[in-house]
Design a protein around this ligand. Structure first.
Ligand code: ADP
Length: 421
């Protein structure tokens, strides 16, 4: 009897032995006892006499089948339950309750025949288990398991992000402290020299310190601008101010503005374009910023005496701008990380040069805001080529912008190139 509860069998026995009792009152008492016992059984129980007529059921069966006691009593079990053999089991059969309203409820059925002392078959106790509910419960358990797993995965991801943010903060703090320290030292030294010489100090010495302070103010501005922009990106508040501009002119002007700086570093900047003029919808300030980020990186990581190429190519409905250096290159595994903020703030990647490693993340975001893409081809010790592809389209009612609202191109160059040392 795999899942026939003993209680059901006892109830069955009490019920079916009523014929042997002498008095009606004994019968009633036996039935009441059996009902009481069956009410304790959570599975559905149906008790039939020897020819299959139902003599007793419990509340679980009535509730699920939707029939009242009156509708069930005296009814033949065959009109209420269909039976089939459950493969691999002699004792349990699979079947369906034909419930009220002709709906079918799949059940596992375990049955036990009840015999009198003289071995006459008195009837059968059927215990039914709703497998629909069981499989629903299993499904719910599986869903719960999946939910618990995805919550714990999310928790891990949050922990990882938290770690990255902490690394980023400590890196940024270091980046902020370096220019600040240099400025403080320059200030102290200038004050010391002025004190020592009663104000009769060589002006070139003071100008040298002014230059250091100036340069480091730009470095601080760059770091703070980048942090503010990352925050604005997160808040979805970094929007483009689109106007129709000649992209060739923008690139050329930007290249010219940094040419002398690059030459001072002993490098040559070569500009090449296969198109004279091309108007596209873009944000002038942000495109200049993207170009300055790519060119300043090319200078930072180029080898001395080498060239930097900036080129423009036109293809169908797109403009490709490439910045190529022949410097240290980027390993394949770091090429995957290079555009991710926080992650790229890897000591081995950034420590040899100043910067907090969010420039390229902002550049990528700005290019994508323009509905463009940025790609990288690089080989260690051979150099890198960053290519941005911008779609050619125009916005209506555009007034081409020539002057940056916040800084002139020179100031932008000073800021973007502040950590090229
Ligand atoms: P930052 O904001 O500090 O300037 P970026 O996001 O612009 O940083 O660049 C992140 C890192 O990517 C750099 O620290 C450097 O390791 C690598 N990188 C970027 N451009 C180049 C390049 N042209 N050649 C080699 N490495 C580069």
């Amino acid at each position: 009897m795999p899942f026939i509860p003993q209680l059901a069998v006892i109830a069955c026995s009490i019920t079916l032995n009523y014929k042997t009792r002498k008095h009606k009152s004994d019968n009633a008492e036996a039935l009441a006892q059996a009902k009481q016992i069956l009410s304790k059984v959570t599975d559905m129980v149906v008790i039939t006499d020897s020819i299959g007529k139902i003599v007793l059921t419990n509340d679980s069966f009535k509730n699920l089948s939707g029939y009242s006691e009156k509708e069930l009593l005296e009814r033949n079990i065959a009109s209420l339950i269909t039976f089939s053999i459950l493969p691999g089991s002699k004792d349990i059969r699979r079947g369906q309750i034909i419930a009220h309203g002709n709906t079918f409820i799949p059940v596992d059925i375990s049955e036990s025949r009840i015999y009198s002392k003289d071995s006459t078959m008195l009837g059968t106790a059927y215990v039914l288990r709703d497998i629909g509910t069981v499989s629903k419960i299993n499904e719910e358990i599986l869903k719960d398991d999946a939910l618990t797993k995805s919550l714990s995965d999310m928790n891990e991801q949050f922990k990882e992000l938290d770690k990255l943010k902490s690394n980023f903060l400590s890196n940024v703090s270091h980046e902020l402290r370096t220019p600040l320290n240099l400025m403080i030292s320059s200030l102290k030294l200038s004050a010391f020299k002025l004190n020592q010489s009663n104000g009769m100090v060589d002006p070139s010495l003071i100008y040298k310190h002014f230059d250091i302070m100036n340069q480091n103010c730009f470095r601080l501005t760059r770091i703070i601008n980048n942090i503010i922009d990352i925050t604005r990106i997160d808040a979805g508040a970094l929007q483009l101010n689109l106007s129709n501009n000649n992209i060739v002119e923008i690139v050329e002007e930007t290249v010219l503005s940094v040419a002398s700086f690059i030459e001072k570093k002993g490098m040559t900047l070569i500009f090449d374009t296969d198109v004279e003029e091309k108007y596209i919808a873009c944000d002038l300030d942000q495109i200049q910023r993207v170009l300055l980020n790519l060119i300043s990186n090319a200078v930072k990581f180029n080898n001395n005496g080498r060239e930097i190429f900036v080129s423009i190519k036109e293809a169908s409905e797109i403009i490709k701008i490439s910045v190529k250096d022949s410097g240290i290159g980027i390993s394949p595994e770091n090429q995957q990380l290079i555009f991710d903020r926080f992650i790229q703030v890897d000591k081995s990647l950034t420590r040899q040069h100043e910067g907090c490693g969010i420039g390229l993340a902002i550049t990528k975001y700005l290019v994508e805001l323009h509905k463009g893409t940025i790609t990288l081809e690089s080989e260690l010790d051979r150099g890198s080529t960053f290519t941005i592809t911008l779609p050619v389209y125009l916005v209506p009612n555009s007034i081409a912008k020539r002057v940056s609202p916040f800084a002139t191109l020179n100031e932008k160059v000073n800021i973007e190139f502040s950590d090229v040392i």
